[in-house]
Write a protein that binds this ligand. Structure first.
Ligand code: NAI
Ligand code: MG
Length: 351
């Protein structure tokens, strides 16, 4: 047909993933048409309901099938009927690791019209760079019966290669943004991995003399996110610290319902994966009231990654137009609009 296109795996997952993912597909298809390209969606039903039926979160050849795609667009997985460690370790973590998506980037901004939940604040714009393939999220450890009672051991794995490449990505980003970098640490309480993380940070920093940086203990940093988010620009952290900081930052920006994230293999050798920070929200699932903006913003990050910068910018413009209108807010932002209302408004707001 002569139309340029991208093959994208669409995994709605569970709960509101099945509502916000189709919503975002509508917006992305609309922007693609305006920019003369096509998204060809490979719909994959892998989820907790798939698990209940098949005993696995995805088929044995799941990773190979994803490898054929240009990107992975994921809603959320998780259901009260399946333990969370099974859904996470059966789908998301294998994808992040098989495709070496070692950077998890979470942009957080105060969108036009939205008020920060916690204090009066004019504007902030932070990029959280989370390590995504190792660290505290490891399967090394176990549970043991001892004469003194049961013991659980969980090891963190920090490799020099893993820390270095992530920190380089973060310093590059800080340089690009012309901003400062804060590294989340906890080297007072955690005596092996965190001093190592700090050491590698200082080594990498030496090749970025133009980037202002500092270390902050993660407990103090969480407080800083709440009291002075406008002081922060690029924040880099390990897998666990980045995860927690990402949710705090999302809450400060108004709602988890507007917070996107990208799991990137910056080398481009493997498909990257785009998913909101939020989960499957079983408490509101099936009611048509979920905020689709986080998922739509993920779509913009995906378009940007696929080299469709202009289309990505148009999606962000539409998001900013919609958040500026108080009549177009979902319940999580204090409004009464439905997923469908917001989605239609986003399509209409595309430049
Ligand atoms: P959650 O993010 O699903 O929900 C937390 C709260 O935020 C809920 O009150 C929910 O209604 C609200 N919320 C989240 N997204 C929203 C949206 N788009 N619009 C409006 N309100 C929204 O986190 P929770 O409750 O801890 O986890 C629920 C399930 O999701 C669990 O099974 C968990 O394992 C899974 N999960 C999956 C993730 C993923 O797929 N990447 C990430 C986080 C949790
Ligand atoms: Mg999280």
């Amino acid at each position: 047909s002569g139309v340029d296109g991208h093959l994208v795996a669409a995994i709605p997952g569970d709960g509101i993933g099945k509502e916000v993912l189709p919503a975002a597909q509508r917006v992305l298809d609309a922007v693609a048409v305006r920019h003369d390209f096509a998204l060809s969606w490979c719909e994959l039903p892998w989820s907790c309901s798939w698990y209940t039926e098949h005993g696995a979160m995805m088929p044995p050849d799941g990773i190979d099938r994803l490898r054929e795609t240009d990107a992975i667009f994921l809603g959320a997985v998780g259901s009260p009927s399946v333990p969370d460690h099974i859904s996470l370790w059966g789908l998301l973590i294998p994808i992040r690791r098989a495709f070496d998506q070692y950077v998890n980037i979470r942009p957080v901004r105060l969108l036009p019209g939205l008020a920060s939940r916690l204090r009066e604040c004019e504007a902030f714009d932070v990029a959280i760079v989370r390590e995504n393939t190792e660290g505290e999220y490891s399967d090394v450890g176990g549970r043991f019966a001892t004469p003194a009672g049961e013991v659980a051991v969980q090891e963190s794995i920090f490799t020099r290669r893993g820390c270095e490449r992530l920190l380089r990505y973060a310093f590059d980003l800080a340089r690009q943004r012309g901003g400062a970098l804060v590294s989340a640490t906890k080297s007072n309480g955690i005596m092996h991995t965190m001093p190592f993380w700090d050491e590698v940070t200082a080594e990498v920093a030496a090749s970025y003399p133009d980037v202002k940086w500092q270390r902050m203990h993660v407990d103090a940093l969480t407080a800083r996110f709440i009291t002075h988010p406008e002081d922060l620009d690029v924040v880099v952290g390990s897998n666990l610290f980045g995860d927690i900081l990402g949710n705090i930052a999302a809450a400060v920006s108004g709602s988890l319902g507007v917070a996107p994230s990208a799991n990137l293999d910056p080398t481009g050798r493997n498909p990257s994966m785009f998913e909101p920070v939020h989960g499957s929200a079983p408490d509101i699932a099936g009611r048509g009231v979920a905020n689709p903006i986080a998922q739509v913003w993920c779509g913009a990050l995906m378009l940007d990654h696929l080299g469709r910068e202009k289309a990505a910018a148009d999606v962000l413009t539409a998001i900013e137009t919609v958040t500026a209108d108080p009549a177009l807010r979902t319940r999580d932002l204090g409004g009464r609009a439905t997923t469908k209302d917001v989605t239609s408004a986003l399509v209409d707001a595309l430049p």
